[in-house]
Write a protein that binds this ligand. Sequence first.
Ligand SMILES: Cc1cc2nc3c(=O)[nH]c(=O)nc-3n(C[C@H](O)[C@H](O)[C@H](O)COP(=O)(O)OP(=O)(O)OC[C@H]3O[C@@H](n4cnc5c(N)ncnc54)[C@H](O)[C@@H]3O)c2cc1C
Length: 508
Amino acid sequence: MDRKPRTRREVLRAAGVLTGGAALAQLGVPAIGTARSAITLASLERRLGGTLIEPGDATYGSAAALWNTRLSINPRAIAFCQSVSDVREVIRFARERGWPISARSGRHSFEGYSNASGIVCDVSQMNGVRFDRAHGTVTVGPGNNVLSIFNNVILGAGRGILNGSCPTVGIAGLALGGGLSRGLRQHGTLVDDMLEASVVLPDGRYVRASAKHRPELFWALRGGGGGNFGVVTSFTFRTHSTPDPFVFGMTFDWSKAAEMYAAWQTLAPAAPQTLASCSLRMTRTPPTSGNGPYVLKASIGGLWNGTQAELEDLLAPLTALGPASSSIEKTTYAEAWHPDGCTIGPGGSLTCKPAVLYPNYQRSDFFTEPMPAAGIDELIAQVENWPGGPGSDEGGVQIEALGPGSKSNAVAPGATAFVHRSTLYHTVYLNFWGEPASEAANVAWADDIYAAMRPYASGQAYQNYIDAGLESWRSAYYGSNWKRLQRVKRAYDPQNLLSFAQGITPGR
Ligand SMILES: Cc1cc2nc3c(=O)[nH]c(=O)nc-3n(C[C@H](O)[C@H](O)[C@H](O)COP(=O)(O)OP(=O)(O)OC[C@H]3O[C@@H](n4cnc5c(N)ncnc54)[C@H](O)[C@@H]3O)c2cc1C
């Protein structure tokens, strides 16, 4: 069984990160703060248009901070690039000195793989957006995130794009590993809408990748996962029209969770593509006040682009279970797609709550077969066991329907590097706790629920929900595409300059 490394040191080792003077000496580079290191970095800083942050700088703490507060990975330097030229300088610097290097956009890697121990090539300030209205495409810098894409593309230009739902997720990591959105069943993954990418390669060349230019690289960038083949400096995506959808949701008493799951997994994956997305959530959350009991919640929700009568027909088996609440509402595309935690005000401007970050450890599964009753009962029992602890947020499962009726499954597994094309649904085991003292119990829970699902899950996992505890990650993320990805890696990064614990290695 795959086990999650338990100690911080083990976690850092699994991430390929070694910190401290002794560890840096093992890497063959001088320790942070030595005179030689300072001189070396000064030579880079002089050539950058952007800024270079080092340990000891006032902003180093925030520059090194990651979305997952379980992780603390302290690079020797963080370069905030403003141009392709900056990216080339940072790559050249790392290549010539043998420093570990990583690309970084939104910092949401579940395992912090965008913070290399050497130098971080941060592209978050490269956030331009340019429309080509004649072709219905948009070209965006890798520094955009879900929020800025929503503001610029959906609100600003009135065009749809297969954006994620968390406002601070970076477009680069999202697009390179797949991109599951509220349009997943209707339009496929974000990878399926990628038309071109500009990339600075590990050897310093700046190239285009598209169906015409370097098609093998383009194939690998569409699902091969972030941080493997070069630093992407722009993406061009297809955009969509923005019809007003129906937004629907139902909540159920916890005693009906098993029936809800059984009905949902029968109807959602088999639905036509007019069911643009449909998710199921079963969660355990701390009491809202005082010492009350934890709360168990079961719900479904999604977007529908057909008629209300058709939607009511589709949902009839769930309605027959007697939901505690139920709603179907016709709304605007922008209302239906706005990022989580944000609201659109009367003037059309977006207001978002400040993000609250929690330490977390989440695992994921793709399911290709319906879950039998015994599996559903086991899953529910596991959700009921989520330990949480003081200051925790929630634990449980969030499941996104795909299925034979979905656009994503209509794409061949080898057409892009995103191999997961015959799935019924994708599941993430949510797990956000509060205090360091709760870590061991919550990490153990994630391992337990993951182990309990082995008899039922496909063995595939989402490369964008990257999981350091997954030993079989090569086959889980890439399946039959693994060897081809290794050949692309050999062609574009034979020295494995861009490497991390679950990075693609050069091969034949
Ligand atoms: C709260 C939350 C919500 C999420 N919601 C969704 C969702 O709705 N749909 C979905 O599909 N996924 C979702 N994800 C997963 C998300 O897509 C991945 O975590 C993604 O890798 C994050 O990208 P990033 O740029 O923010 O992260 P980073 O940590 O900056 O980067 C992630 C990986 O990409 C590499 N990378 C970053 N920038 C570049 C670049 N310019 N060129 C090459 N490589 C690069 C990094 O080296 C790293 O390996 C979510 C994650 C979180 C934490």
